[in-house]
Design a protein. Structure first.
Length: 144
């Protein structure tokens, strides 16, 4: 899946563009969704969530930001109805500095890595059946 090579922020932007943020949709019906996301009982402070229609389903990926453990996606930008594969991403700093890509040579930036286990993002096992209307779905992720 191409999404696995993108940072969470880039993924949200790409999902939003594919979904046609702010515009009227002429495709499959979309629904609002919101909820709470934790890892080992702790709120995910900053991250992203992406809903991708399951194989054979119609629609485009839809995503949103996670802030202080909460996410909310309005129906206009929300996932289409039906089974969805769900990816959750959050980066954490490693404490190391690395060469900043596409910046002046010598400029360093904080190195970050994915903080969420792969079974919840790049090799996700998370699914959710989106229904018409407002959906609420919490995700309580475990690191082990």
């Amino acid at each position: 899946m191409a999404w696995k090579y993108m940072s969470p922020i880039a993924t949200i932007i790409a999902a939003c563009l594919f979904a046609g943020c702010g515009g009227k949709s002429t495709g499959p019906e979309r629904a609002a969704i919101h909820g709470h996301v934790t890892l080992d009982g702790q709120d995910i402070s900053v991250g992203s969530i992406i809903f991708t229609p399951a194989a054979g389903s119609k629609g485009q990926p839809a995503g949103g930001a996670i802030q202080d453990g909460k996410y909310a996606i309005k129906a206009e930008q929300g996932p289409t109805l039906g089974p969805q594969s769900v990816e959750i991403h959050s980066e954490r700093k490693t404490g190391k500095k690395i060469q900043a890509a596409m910046r002046d040579k010598g400029e360093l930036m904080d190195e970050t890595v994915e903080a969420i286990p792969a079974q919840y993002n790049h090799r996700t096992t998370l699914t959710y059946e989106v229904k018409s209307g407002d959906n609420e779905q919490d995700f309580d992720l475990k690191s082990r």
